[in-house]
Design a protein around this ligand. Structure first.
Ligand code: ADP
Ligand code: MG
Length: 579
């Protein structure tokens, strides 16, 4: 094909794709604009997961009649003039492309009125083309309505998830801004339901109370007022916020919330700083809940890393890392009575990164063993994965993670978590096939308040969850009543287990699950299985290995990863020079 300059509408759609990935991105950009316009109240309304309608209304400074069309021009912004301005940016927006991008892929109506203007102005744009501009009566501020998102980008439309899932993303976005701006009143309405309302009284704690409820908030520790550090050119880094006590832990990292100069960001390094601050305080594989605000001079941080503006680069990344880690660590230690009381004695954290079969394997290789993997996960070696195990004799536990066992033909190292997953998986499937699932009744039943995203997943997988032993019913809104859980979850906290299961399911993707219900079963088994880092008695190990011997496919976990490594007697003999 010859090289050609793309027609403007094609280029616009391509550029829009970087900013507007899904309805939640639209909500994010519109909220940022309202905050930049000094709004004290922001209302967000969405319908059908934002696909049909998103409306954000603020009481900010507004836009003049003349400038209204300009707001939709690409690279049109009132927030910076020169390249140097970018170095000290204090607003959330600065790229001047959000409105242009949104308008390119939807039908947008913007109404805006400045305080000293007698009336407001309305502009309507479809697929990037201005249709009309008129005067309207309205209160000072701005209201942007986005309808039929992606109506002209079928490829994007196809990738949108169920409305409830998209609503869940939107909920999360609003939640973040509510946390970052406690002085602003946020109101979120999803399909006529008021799902979130903050008071705007300036207290982060009150926002958290509104978002997570008193039970969670009782377990929050305020970070020490300020932690300052002279970093390089005498600038200071300030940290504030809350760290969850070690009693509050989750299966995923996404309960670690980070703001830099009030911008929500994703930063692996800072998340690691926080996770490390909890070292040895949390069960292996569990992550804390924190809300951390980092404040530093804007010239110390580059916010122009990505069109979605949720990644930043620090001039002195290590200083920020240290300050954040110290603040969280101090909060935890100063409240050590809470943190130690919650440590479960049988669970001892091994290291920051839990051992996976892969790393365990590499470690053995490091000791000089030539280890042969009995099966690699994705190979089409279904046949050998079916091979039953010989009778094994348990010798002991290694690193609180692996069971060492001896067979007639060599040494077996069994990953306790993966093995237990396999055992539970086959058990649950057997029970389902025989229509006789074992359940554990909850007395009294448990009321669970889910997020819209979790509720969506629960609804989607409800039939399978019930089939495997959950007894769950709607209790209005996103509240559910849990009456029973599968027997295999009997020793877990039911609320935590269901939470973990729903967030695991939200993560998606289980490679070897051929059938949809297997995905649910796999996830439930994963949550129910013994974790790495858990000390097992000889009897428990014997029992687990014995049950594994009975399995049809004992050599892989339901995700397809190996449950064991095998070192043959011949290999051992060779290594010791006996052969
Ligand atoms: P950016 O936020 O990067 O400047 P946008 O495309 O999001 O770019 O917005 C373009 C301009 O429109 C902003 O710079 C601002 O002047 C104006 N604007 C957008 N939304 C609002 C609002 N809610 N209130 C007042 N002005 C707004
Ligand atoms: Mg903007």
């Amino acid at each position: 094909m010859p090289i050609q300059v793309l027609p403007p509408e094609v280029a616009a759609k391509i550029a829009a794709g970087e900013v507007v990935e899904r309805p939640a991105s639209v909500v994010k950009e519109l909220i940022e604009n309202a905050i930049d316009a000094d709004a004290r109240q922001i209302r967000i309304e969405v319908r059908e997961g934002g696909r049909r309608l998103i409306r954000v209304t603020d009481n900010g400074i507004g836009i003049s009649h003349e400038e209204l069309p300009l707001a939709f021009a690409r690279h049109a912004t009132s927030k910076l003039r020169t390249l140097e301005d970018l170095e000290r940016i204090r607003t959330l927006g600065f790229r001047g492309e959000a409105l242009a991008s949104i308008a390119a892929v939807s039908r947008v109506t913007m109404m805006s009125r400045q305080v000293d203007s007698p009336s407001g102005a309305l502009i309507h744009i479809e697929g990037g083309v201005q249709m009309r501009q008129t005067k309207v009566g309205m209160a000072p501020g701005t209201a942007v309505t986005v309808e039929n998102l992606f109506y002209n980008v079928p490829a994007r439309l196809k990738f949108l998830k169920a409305p409830a899932t998209e609503a869940g993303h939107i909920h999360r976005v609003v939640t973040r801004y509510a946390m970052a701006f406690p002085e602003i009143r946020f109101h979120l309405k999803i399909d006529e339901r008021n799902v979130l309302q903050t008071s705007g009284d300036g207290s982060l704690y009150n926002v958290l109370l509104e978002l997570f409820g008193p039970e969670t908030c009782r377990q929050l520790l305020a970070l020490p007022e300020q932690v300052l550090e002279e970093s390089g050119a005498s600038s200071r880094v300030q940290v504030s916020g809350y760290a969850g006590a070690p009693t509050l832990h989750h299966a995923q990292r996404d309960h670690i919330t980070l703001f830099v100069n009030r911008r929500w960001i994703q930063d692996r390094l800072l998340s690691t700083a926080i996770i490390q601050a909890y070292h040895t305080m949390l069960p292996t594989g569990r992550y804390p809940m924190t809300v951390v605000n980092v404040t530093l001079d804007p010239s110390e941080v580059d916010v122009n890393m990505h069109p979605a503006k949720n990644e930043v680069k620090f001039r002195d990344q290590h200083a920020v890392f240290r300050v954040v880690q110290q603040a969280v660590r101090r909060a935890l230690l100063e409240n050590s009575s809470i943190s130690t009381a919650t440590l479960r004695s049988e669970r001892i954290a091994l290291s920051a990164a839990p051992l996976t079969p892969e790393t365990g394997w590499r470690q053995l290789a490091h000791f000089g063993f030539e280890v042969q993997r009995t099966l690699s996960s994705t190979d089409a070696e279904e046949a050998s994965s079916q091979a039953r195990l010989p009778v094994l004799r348990v010798l002991g536990q290694l690193a609180l993670t692996y069971i060492i066992a001896e067979g007639p033909d060599g040494l077996y190292l069994i990953d306790q978590h993966a093995a237990h997953e396999r055992v539970l998986f086959e058990e649950v499937k057997r029970q389902c096939a025989a229509d006789s699932v074992s359940m554990q009744q909850l007395l009294p039943p448990l009321l669970l308040e889910l997020t819209p995203g979790q509720a969506a997943i629960l609804e989607a997988e409800r039939a399978t969850l019930i089939q495997i032993g959950f007894e769950i019913e709607s209790f209005g809104g996103y509240t559910y009543r849990l009456r029973a859980v599968p027997e295999i979850l009997a020793s877990c906290d039911p609320a935590t287990a269901l939470n973990d299961i729903l967030s695991e399911l939200a993560e998606g993707g289980v490679p070897l699950a051929h059938r949809a219900d297997e995905r649910v079963i796999t996830t439930v088994c994963k949550c129910a299985a013994i974790k790495a880092g858990q000390a097992l008695s000889l009897r428990e190990m014997h029992e687990l290995v014995h049950r594994l011997e009975q399995c049809e496919a004992p050599r892989t976990c339901p995700h397809g990863r190996p449950t064991m490594l095998y070192l043959s007697a011949a290999q051992l003999a060779r290594e010791f020079g006996r052969l």
